[in-house]
Design a protein around this ligand. Structure first.
Ligand SMILES: *Cc1c(COP(=O)(O)O)cnc(C)c1O
Length: 467
């Protein structure tokens, strides 16, 4: 490629890193970002200037403009895990971190980070305590189970149960319940990794008690029942309920493990949602072990709970894998604070964000959409049209997969090309607080269910950061 003589000269006259660092305006950058990051950004800025000169898209570059570029580079380096606005309409969005914690849980986690805590220390006698002691009583109170333990997530809970009771043995499961949760959790794979032999019974749509009965032999480790969280088999179907399975398992002297997935601690129909079996009901039905997630309907941090008979939980606690799957003090503190809220059901919806979002009425959300429409339209200018509309939110994370919640949204359409709308969605993902919506039927849909009213001003101001 031909390089004009003047550009070659300009290349030679690019400032040295030290010159840029020596500018008075470099001092605040050094203070904010440190020497190494600032120097690195100046080098990058110089590389960009060199490329631009070679490509002929720039003529000369002075130290001040290199510093300005470096400053932009430093400031666009935003934390990867920064907060976003979840306007997808999915309340428990796995890719956006599922449940938001209650303020009490945030406070408890913060305290546990700042100070020593009696994690495995008995404050009564000054001796060694047990990590599980903090939650055991609460979990038993809330679920009616004899004993309880907690691990990293529900996948870990299932893995640990299978590994404890079906290592080198059979785990019987219905063909209708071999679920996949996201790409990474597939029941057959988890069973294999747990060292269990999967013994499939029945068919995809129908499984009978006799199918289980026939499969039980001296090598059976446990029977597994899996809540088909994220799909339903409808039509000509039959499954064996947990109550009957528990009877069958007890008669054979093996445990029934019921993996509930979401596992709510309260009856959600009290909040206008579809009914989903509670953990207490699953315990009452007689399952010897019940597993469920911390960050789905329960509304806490990521965790996996195992509740059930004292003897079985004790065996689980003796499994060396338990140590590898245990939960840290920060989450334990947040879990305890979250569970405490369930002792006061009257105020639960006000305090637990997940329940608050799920219980928000369509009318309240529609009023919010009407309030925000003009402000959003103003910030978008003539290139877009903003309307209020109706939509349907989802619970998410596989909970209540077929039930949607009537909701309201802002619908943004391009007055020009569809491309402009895609570009807008991209630009909004790059905002200081990224705005995540959904493109559907030629519009960018912002379901406002999860936009707290207290955050409305922040939401609008944040949009202004978009040039
Ligand atoms: C979600 C789910 C899991 C996995 O739970 P995590 O907490 O995400 O690990 C396992 N089983 C069922 C039935 C589920 O719905």
């Amino acid at each position: 490629m031909d390089i004009a003589g003047s550009d070659l000269g300009a290349l030679r006259h690019l400032p040295a890193v030290a010159t840029v660092l020596g500018l008075a305006d470099a001092a605040p950058l050094l203070e904010a970002h440190g020497r190494i990051a600032t120097t690195q950004a100046i080098r990058e800025a110089l590389d960009q200037a060199r490329d631009a000169l070679r490509a002929g898209t720039a003529s000369a570059t002075d130290a001040a403009s290199v510093l300005r570029t470096a400053q932009r580079l430093l400031e666009t380096h935003q934390p990867a895990l920064r907060p976003v606005f979840n306007l997808t309409g999915t309340v428990l969005h796995t890719n956006l971190g599922r449940a938001l914690l209650a303020e009490a849980a945030v406070a408890a986690a913060t305290e546990a980070m700042r100070h020593p805590v009696a994690l495995e220390f008995d404050l009564d006698d000054g001796g060694r305590g047990e990590r599980d002691d903090h939650l055991r009583a609460l979990l038993c109170e809330l679920t009616g189970a004899e004993d309880a333990t907690v691990v990293n997530n529900n996948a870990a809970a299932v893995l640990l149960c299978l590994n404890t009771f079906a290592l080198g043995r059979g785990a019987i499961v219905s063909r209708g319940e071999l679920i996949e949760i996201g790409g990474a959790f597939r029941m057959p794979d988890i069973m294999t990794r747990a060292g269990a032999h999967m013994v499939e019974v029945g068919t995809t749509n129908r499984t009978h008690a006799a199918d289980y009965q026939k499969a039980i032999d001296e090598r059976t480790g446990l029977i597994l029942k899996v809540h088909t969280s994220n799909y339903r088999i409808q039509g000509f179907t039959a499954e064996v309920g947990a109550r009957d399975l528990a009877t069958l398992a007890s008669a054979a002297g093996i445990p029934l493990l019921n993996d509930l997935g979401s596992g709510s601690l309260v009856d959600l129909s009290a909040y206008g949602l579809a009914r989903e079996a509670t953990v207490r009901e699953a315990v009452t039905e007689g399952a010897h072990l019940v597993t469920f997630s911390g960050d789905k309907l329960l509304g806490g941090p990521q965790a996996g709970f195992i509740v059930g008979s004292r003897e079985l939980i004790a065996a689980i606690n003796r499994n060396p894998l338990k140590r590898a799957l245990r939960v840290d003090k920060i989450r334990l503190a947040a879990i305890e604070a979250t569970l405490q809220l369930y002792r006061d059901p009257d105020r639960l919806a006000a305090r637990l964000p997940t329940l608050r979002y799920l219980a928000r009425s369509r009318d309240a959300i529609a009023a919010q959409a009407a309030r925000l429409r003009d402000d959003v339209a103003l910030r978008l200018g003539d290139a877009f049209r903003v309307d209020t509309g109706e939509c349907a939110s989802q619970v998410g994370s596989g909970a209540l997969p077929l039930d949607t919640l009537p909701s309201a949204c802002l619908l943004i359409r391009s007055t020009g090309s569809q491309r402009a709308l895609d570009d807008l969605a991209t630009a909004w993902r790059a905002l200081p607080r990224p705005v995540i919506g959904r493109i559907t039927e030629g519009a960018l849909q912002l379901d406002l269910r999860c936009l707290d009213e207290a955050d409305e001003a922040l939401f609008v101001a944040n949009l202004s950061a978009h040039a």
